[in-house]
Design a protein around this ligand. Sequence first.
Ligand code: ADP
Ligand code: MG
Ligand code: MG
Length: 199
Amino acid sequence: MLDAGFLIRWLTTAAALVEREADRLTELDSPIGDADHGANLRRGFTAVTAALAKEAPATPRAVLQLAGRQLISTVGGASGPLYGTLLRGTGKALGDAAEVSEAEFAAALRAGVEAVMRLGGAAPGDKTMVDALLPAVDALDAGFGAARDAAERGAEATVPLQARKGRASYLGERSVGHQDPGATSAALLIAALADSQEQ
Ligand code: ADP
Ligand code: MG
Ligand code: MG
């Protein structure tokens, strides 16, 4: 079963991965964006870990709601509201239970990804974070490790795509040949799930 402690571990691990990979995320955002993705997420996840350490919410939903609020209020870029919506949408779908099963978490994460798609209007293949998130939730039945692999493959598969949403879409065909920064950070977020289960 997954409790608030697990969710806190997940987001703290994600923050560490973002910190480690921030320069790479910003580099990916340089040819097809405005070179701030790593810095945006670093700021957001630093706020998330600080808020979680201070408040230590008691339920999975409360953890995700608090973290989502921090991302929305501290990240300047498009990714802040989108990741904030992912976490809040997931939390809302979990309800107020103190512990949830992996299957319940998987269904809730799918609801979170659907909320991201509603907010941003992106479909699979538009070269966004959705291209890592959706394969991950599709693979989640087979466990967090399988979801991590699917998200990584999904992020890599954005290279040949032409962006149809977000800043990269302004480049048209010139967005082809670059990995999407948001799909890359989404794969980190999913990798953190597997890592925190192994801890
Ligand atoms: P900004 O583009 O405002 O500088 P970031 O650089 O932090 O914001 O985030 C860019 C990432 O956000 C993109 O690589 C993409 O994955 C994601 N993104 C942008 N717009 C959308 C959207 N409409 N739907 C889903 N994801 C999006
Ligand atoms: Mg950017
Ligand atoms: Mg920006």
